[in-house]
Write a protein that binds this ligand. Sequence first.
Ligand code: SF4
Length: 326
Amino acid sequence: MTKALAMISGGLDSILAAKLIKDQGIEVIGLCFKSYFFGPENAVRMAKQIDIPLVVVDFSKEHLAMVINPKHGHGKNMNPCIDCHAMMMNYSGKLLEEYKADFIITGEVLNQRPMSQNRSALDVVKKESGYSDKILRPLCALNLPPTKMELDGLVDREKLLKISGRSRKEQMELADKWGIVDYPSPAGGCKLTEPNFSKRLQDLVGHEAEPSEDSINLLRFGRHMRVSDNAKIISTRTSDEAKEIKKYLKPDDYVFLARDYGGSMVIITGNPGKEDIEFAAKVTGRYSKGKDQGEVAVKYGRFMQPLVEVVNAEPAKDSEIEKYLI
Ligand code: SF4
């Protein structure tokens, strides 16, 4: 029986592509990728809706190295979509033998994204993947020359589609027809497409040659202030954020709390100097219920240690904080 590996992103297009091929009587195994910037949650949900098995591939480390230095550059934010797609295809190609599969399916649609899915970008991705003759794009196949799989009769070209452009009308009609109701918005789920996250990531890779998974996870929470080359301040906005952020702190990070008022938990990561610590105390005052007082007592210490140091700090002005906000 012919078998295909379907790259499942978690969005609608890739699941439609997989369903189209499954309906030709071809066995389909889903593959989804896990990195520091996106997880398998949406893909798991989508694969269930068309009843295919799903294998999760964790390529976090190699993916991060590519995100820092992509051969084909970044998109609007820190998203290196061409290199990212090519890397996923390359991983999928390497798994063909293991799963005894004949080819790879993707949900790409010609011209859906101006930078990463125009005709030349699709050709580049295919070539860079190293598995050119094993890639089938069922949703837009009729806009492209026939692939080896079609010419060899593994796939019926007549049953492939000719979708192109940014309109999602055809995809939504297909989803309706196939009873696929629960799908996320396009491009949702990848942190690299978010402007704020991207700015923080850019700052991080500018200051840490090899950022750790924990430092990347910290980018998701709070307000971030780059106060010096050696130190970054993070101020949490809610108690849930404070709880979450503790999972990613290191023992030598500093934690600050206003002693006599409720408010933000403030952290300094890196290797702060005296001035950085003083400023973190001012930030703690600003984001506490004592922000309108002339001075606020702030206690601080290393993470997981008792906060035994106390300093009196004048709450920082918003204009001072803005200078450092990332
Ligand atoms: S949006 Fe994110 S996951 Fe998708 S190709 Fe671009 S970088 Fe990769």
